[in-house]
Design a protein around this ligand. Structure first.
Ligand code: FES
Length: 319
């Protein structure tokens, strides 16, 4: 799938991957604030660090002078991270002031992002929030006393709603409210929940129930309709815009060109077993077949390459 990126997004991405002047890709050693968001297993992860100019008597007046990021993600994840760092550095924000930066600010800085990539800007805002929480702990600033509520443990403690992306009920509820998400596609675009197997959409306690909990039950027309077993409509499954034949050929091409050469270096190979909609079933063979890092290889190498080249929604499943 080809994404329609703005010129600004493309420029920031190209400059970052080339290590050009002004790029913020990297990590600050011994930072004053460090925050992470996402997970490599889910295809996107961001590590954000910043340094402050310390105020001699009131840490609340520290000013962020430098911001850096490391990300495992696509073009828009890198460009959104660049935008976040640039906004912070250009604005001479205090860490508390930086909390006002929203994912909308990041999208504006990039002159827009495709709807399906909005989650990259949300990831930046979340990592910033985590870094400010970390700075406050290091500098002894009580955020709660200032009326700032950053819930860092909601991912660990909540009921798991979307198992594909490891997202919990408290986190999804907070994002529904904060970002005013009204439909399941809104949720998927913003935080990826519901973007893979879709089994969390209409299950009891699933995404639609959480939307109803926040906004009340919407008239049927405004909701994403569940597929009724008797309805003569196709089952609700994510599909490629390519025909099944072309999609399979694209998968084979990416595996041949990008995956196999890497595996061959270690004496391994990949067997493509089946493709069903956007799920690619494959098996590592040769020297890779009993490698303890096989699962990581499938996620980091195979799935990432297929997502980047063909469709961000692809999942690779080991068989
Ligand atoms: S459980 Fe949510 S997309 Fe699979």
């Amino acid at each position: 799938m080809t994404w329609n990126y703005s010129q600004k997004t493309t420029e920031l991405f190209m400059n970052a991957v080339r290590g050009g002047p002004g790029s913020h890709m990297g990590e600050i050693a011994d930072p004053d604030g460090l925050g992470e968001h996402g997970s490599i297993a889910c295809g996107d992860a961001l590590r954000f660090t910043f340094r402050v100019n310390r105020h001699p008597s009131d840490p609340r007046l520290d000013v962020i002078t430098e911001a850096r990021y490391l990300t495992f993600g696509c073009t828009s994840a890198i460009a959104a991270s660049e935008a976040l760092c640039a906004i912070i550095e250009e604005g001479s924000y205090t860490p508390i002031g930086a909390l006002k930066i929203t994912n909308d600010d990041i999208v504006r800085y990039l002159d827009g992002l495709p709807q399906q990539k909005i989650h990259c800007s949300v990831m930046g805002a979340e990592a910033l929030e985590a870094a400010v929480f970390n700075w406050a702990q290091r500098r002894g600033v009580n955020l709660a006393e200032l009326g700032i509520d950053i819930q860092r443990d909601e991912q660990e403690e909540g009921r798991l709603v979307c198992t594909c992306f490891g997202l919990t009920e408290p986190y999804i509820l907070r994002k529904i409210r904060e970002l005013e998400l009204r439909t399941i596609p809104d949720i998927t675009n913003a935080i990826k929940a519901g973007g893979a197997c879709m089994s969390c959409h209409h299950t009891p306690g699933g995404l639609q129930d959480l939307l109803d909990q926040v906004w009340g039950k919407q008239p049927t027309m405004l909701r994403e309709l569940p597929v009724l077993p008797t309805a003569r409509v196709p089952a609700e499954r994510p599909r490629s815009e390519l025909s099944p034949y072309k999609f399979a050929k694209e998968v084979e091409r990416v595996i041949d060109q990008q995956v196999r050469p890497q595996l061959h270096k270690d004496g391994g190979d990949l067997e493509l077993v089946d493709i069903k909609d956007l799920i690619v079933y494959c098996r590592l063979v040769g020297a890779c077949s009993d490698c303890v890092a096989g699962g990581q290889t499938l996620k980091l190498l195979v799935e990432r390459a297929l997502k980047d080249e063909i469709d961000e929604r692809i999942r690779v499943v080991a068989v």
